[in-house]
Design a protein around this ligand. Structure first.
Ligand code: TA6
Length: 290
């Protein structure tokens, strides 16, 4: 037993790690290595989780940090394949738990390809997700090509942030960056110099950017800083009213309370790995007073 972490079955019989450190607490489901909650001691939840989320084997949670792998969005050659890939639907194994000297806890979860995954995506891989819970939330997704042939993949840490009112939020860090607007058939646009404001359904794939993004949330009196490495794509998403209503696992009135700033490699930023090659993508998230 390592201090600061215990494993339990939740009320839906899904296994989660409950991490409690002096500075922060979090929960991570073994299914999908899915960080479901994170908050600083004495602070408000940093991650959004829908009150209507599924908590069922084989279904993704609606909130927290879904892992998208080995494709982002729809599978390009098979519309019937699961959205955002397989990784978030499968049970991951606990590889290690360590407590750092600063009291933070690092949980490493692992997913290896199987005959089931190869039937859908014909390559062998090992994924590791290293989650460090402390005064910041650091998530590192490591992909290793264990095939005897190269493969090309997309990946995302599809992070749902809790905000007081998305209509009052501004998002800095993407000025001048080219993006694909998924609300307009992937039309290519360039972000202007102003911080992003959410005034309707927003679903943008920002390309070739390694920038840190900052969510300024005057309602909750905080700034959320999203730093990243090993990622060239950032996705910004809020479903707004109609899309919120269209999602059965998302409350009709929940859309003002969330925004996704996703740490991604997708589309023209998809990655290729040679046999035996490894890649790491990391998101480092912390909160600052407003
Ligand atoms: O990252 C934004 C997005 O691709 C949206 O288009 C929307 O589909 C969202 O992901 C949620 O996808 P999901 O499969 O989790 O419902």
């Amino acid at each position: 037993m390592v201090d600061g972490i215990r494993f339990e079955e939740d009320e839906h019989r899904l296994v989660r790690a409950c991490i409690n450190t002096p500075r922060a607490k979090a929960s991570v489901y073994l299914q999908g290595a899915h960080v479901a909650a994170y908050q600083l001691a004495g602070g408000a939840p940093l991650l959004f989780m829908s009150g209507k989320s599924h908590f069922e084997a084989g279904k993704p949670l609606r909130g927290g940090v879904p892992i998208c792998f080995p494709w982002f969005g729809q599978k390009s050659d098979d519309a019937s394949a699961p959205m955002h890939g397989l990784a978030r639907l499968l049970p991951w194994a606990v590889e290690s738990v360590t407590t750092e000297t600063d009291g933070s806890v690092t949980l490493v979860l692992r997913l290896e390809s199987t005959a089931e995954t190869r039937a859908i995506w014909p390559f062998d891989f090992t994924l590791r997700h290293r989650v460090t819970v402390g005064t910041s939330l650091t998530m590192t997704l490591e992909t290793t090509n264990t095939s005897d042939q190269p493969f090309t993949f997309e990946e995302a840490l599809h992070t749902y942030f809790a905000v007081g009112d998305v209509r009052q939020v501004s998002i800095a860090g993407l000025a001048g960056v080219e993006y694909l607007d998924k609300t307009e058939n992937l039309r290519r646009k360039v972000q202007d110099a102003q911080p992003i404001r959410i005034t309707g359904e927003t679903d943008r794939v920002y390309l070739n950017t390694r920038s840190t993004c900052v969510i300024d949330d005057p309602t909750l009196n905080r700034r959320i800083v999203v730093e990243k490495s090993g990622s060239d794509t950032t996705v910004v998403w809020n479903p707004w009213i109609a899309k919120a209503k269209a999602m059965p696992d998302f409350g009709d009135e929940e859309w003002p309370g969330m925004v996704c700033i996703e740490t991604v490699n997708a589309r023209e930023n998809a990655l290729s790995l040679a046999p035996g090659q490894r890649h790491e993508m990391q998101a480092r998230i912390h909160v600052e007073a407003h």
